[in-house]
Design a binder for this molecule. Structure first.
Ligand code: S3P
Length: 437
């Protein structure tokens, strides 16, 4: 049995909602809370499969974690050197963040571990973390293709490195900084373009000094983390579905509450604004080291744009739904410099181009992006390729379709946005969830 969405065409989105907690911040809260000294209390944590995979991994390494109940966790940190050897492989499901960050954290442990994942995660490239970690003295083994399962051999002595990342990746940066906690000397990572900086911010919140010098981020090994209280904002990557939905459906007005608006994540706001969207950032405030705001969005006619390449890493997870915005815009939208999209939970360039073409849109995939000409969306059956964000993006597309949109293989929406269909229905999307044999 697989889960399908059947979304009737038309309608508008109206109301106020708080979408679930930020996935990136939730992973880091569990990881850093686990290796901190003392108790870490977390509010607003994302209770979705990806984060639960991280949580389960730390439980397997002996960390006592109470919850999640209503978004609350109490993590009894075991200290930097207090993790125990897991007695079985750590299964990380669909979660690239769990796997890549754990490679760094586990490289510095005295014990061996094995990291596995589902079919999608087992296809994703891991050399981007294993190569620089080896330069630090870590010992890791992947398949000959550089994919999971990954065996991490403990008991190695790590040395800090000065690493210039060939790709703009927060996961690679974070893996190296986590390994750097266990390395001798300083670890520096230089990013080719700014990427999400939640690891750096949260390390500081745990009392660990992190330095930034232009595009370089560094820390010294050997320090300790001190348990703290964390408040996870709503995930702007989940809010993005409603930012686009309200922008494309006439008569819509939505208020998205308590959304994380860290400037390394707000590319979606900038891109939508350039397309003509009406988005207001209200009540901007700081919550536990991260900027948070309420986002008010109302329908506005969109126009196609050439998306500036420097915005790509700042909106990397939002392109599936941004392609839907492009399909509903007047004229052509051109995305370049986004080859990383081919390496996400699915090949998001291919999957989105295919689905848009099925719905009657002129969408031309390129090696590093897509050219989308706005037009009329018909209806039809599209395949999410088991990718949560593709599934949700096409559900939103139905707001502007002429006929029903059926989306195949939507169970993985639970990896990042449990309750998506209910929340979307509450706002006005005519979405039904069915099981198909
Ligand atoms: C993430 C970083 C991004 C993003 C992913 C979460 C993180 O990946 O696509 O969903 O939490 O660090 P890359 O760093 O590989 O671009």
């Amino acid at each position: 049995m697989t889960v399908h969405y059947i979304v009737s065409p038309g309608g508008a989105l109206e109301g106020r909602v708080r979408v679930p907690g930020d996935k990136s911040i939730s992973h880091r809260a569990v990881m850093l809370g686990s290796i901190a000294d003392g108790i870490t209390r977390v509010r607003g944590v994302l209770e979705a499969e990806d984060v639960l995979a991280t949580l389960q991994a730390f439980r397997q390494m002996g960390v006592i974690i109470e919850g999640p109940t209503s978004g609350r966790l109490t993590i009894h940190g075991v200290g930097k050197d207090g993790l125990n050897a897991p007695s079985a492989p750590l299964y990380l499901g669909n979660s690239g963040t769990s796997m890549r960050l754990l490679c760094g954290l586990l490289a510095g442990q005295p014990f061996d571990s094995v990291l596995t994942g589902d079919a999608s995660l087992s296809r994703r490239p891991m050399r981007r973390v294993t190569e620089p970690l080896r330069q630090m003295g870590a010992k890791l083994e992947t398949t000959p293709e550089g994919t999971a399962p990954i065996r991490v051999f403990g008991g190695q002595t790590l040395q800090g490195i000065d690493y210039r990342m060939p790709i703009a990746s927060a996961q690679v940066k974070s893996a190296l900084l986590l390994a750097g906690l266990y390395a001798s000397g300083e670890t520096w990572v230089e990013e080719p373009a700014p990427t999400r900086d939640h690891t750096e911010r949260m390390l500081s919140g745990f009392g660990y000094a992190v330095w930034r010098a232009g595009r370089r981020i560094g820390l010294a090994g050997g320090g300790r983390l001190h348990g703290c209280d964390l408040d996870v904002p709503a995930d702007i990557s989940s809010a993005a579905f409603f930012l686009v939905g309200a922008s494309i459906a006439t008569g819509s007005e939505v208020l998205l509450e308590h959304v994380g608006v860290n400037p390394t994540r707000t590319g979606v706001l900038e891109i939508l604004r350039r397309m003509g969207a009406r988005i207001e950032v209200l009540n901007l405030r700081q919550v536990g080291g991260e900027p948070v705001a309420d986002l008010k969005v109302a329908y506005a006619p969109l126009r196609g744009i050439r998306i500036p390449e420097d915005l790509v890493p700042l909106a990397i997870d939002e392109f599936p739904v941004l392609f839907i915005a492009a399909a509903c815009a007047e004229g052509e939208t051109i995305l370049t410099g986004a080859e990383e999209l081919r390496l996400k939970e699915s090949d998001r360039i291919q999957a989105m181009a295919e689905g848009l073409q099925t719905l009657g849109i002129d969408a031309q995939p390129t090696s590093d992006g897509m050219i989308v000409r706005g037009g009329k969306l018909t209806g039809g059956e599209v395949d999410s390729h088991g990718d949560h964000r593709i599934a949700m993006a096409f559900a939103i597309a139905a707001l502007r379709a002429q006929d029903t949109v059926e989306i195949k293989d939507c169970a993985n929406v639970n990896t990042s946005f449990p309750g998506f269909a209910d929340l979307a229905r509450q706002l006005g999307l005519k979405i039904e969830v069915v099981q198909r044999g």
